[in-house]
Ligand binder design. Sequence first.
Ligand SMILES: [Mn+2]
Length: 320
Amino acid sequence: MSVLDNIQNKILNSKSILILGHENPDGDSIGSNLALHSALKKININSTVYIPVPDPVYSYLPGYNEIVTGENNLNAKDFDLAIVLDCSDITRLGSTKELFDQIDNSICIDHHITNQNFADISYVNAVASSTCENLIVIFASMGIAVNKEIATSLYTGIITDTGGFRYNVSTETMNFCSMLLETGIEYQKIYRRLFDVTSIGKTKLIARCLDRLELLEDGKIAFSYTTLKDLEELGIEESETEGLVNFGRNIDTVEVSILAKEKDTNSYKISMRANEYVDISLVATKFAGGGHLRASGCNILLPLESVKTSLVEEIKKQLK
Ligand SMILES: [Mn+2]
């Protein structure tokens, strides 16, 4: 029996399914959770989506209001199957791991090449842009037609995991999206909500960051910073500093962009992005941080001026 048959049998023989994603869920995690929830509803199988802290940016997703949130008050005995989506290893379940461990049967559907096969049945296609893309295959194999409701959640997962079709896109991704558009999803609204809509506080923070932006080493390094006072004055959360490092990165002469976020007196959380050739993870590692080749971070306990000079010293070694 193929893995798709196994998954179908497991699902059809379940009475109550718990659907889980990963910690700090992104659009693919929450999108796949709700797409599956909607699909199971269509075939009259009872399911519960549990996300301790969902991001309200996704509140337009059909079924968002049915998500069980907050502290775990669920009873494992109420579920005969757990389906984990977009989660490569069991620790990424975070606070839902304990509940997962107590449920007898499990399925994992994922697209991370590093998936640890922690579930009874795993369907991992790492070529897919997103877990949502893999769900399309699962639904097709089960004969579940994708309607507008399901498509809205699936499309959300695909566009978030491809950065708005910037990367990880295959011909199959586009074929699937064509099928999703046929259901009449409001793709313009979804895109705007996820990539364009911002708050006045964040907009003002962007202005401050751009005002402070310095170009160093012949314009190859961009440096800017945020302070605790900024967050307080503008009434915004630290999470809203996400993405600010890209303004420096997008300048045509820049290879590396640095954003230093003040955490405490003389304590900074550093985000770094490289464009083409600098291995920024090497730089982060020097300061006991880490990350990816072109996107890394670390924490530094120094005054701002010294943070800047020590990072530039290290990055300089790789500049062409
Ligand atoms: Mn994903």
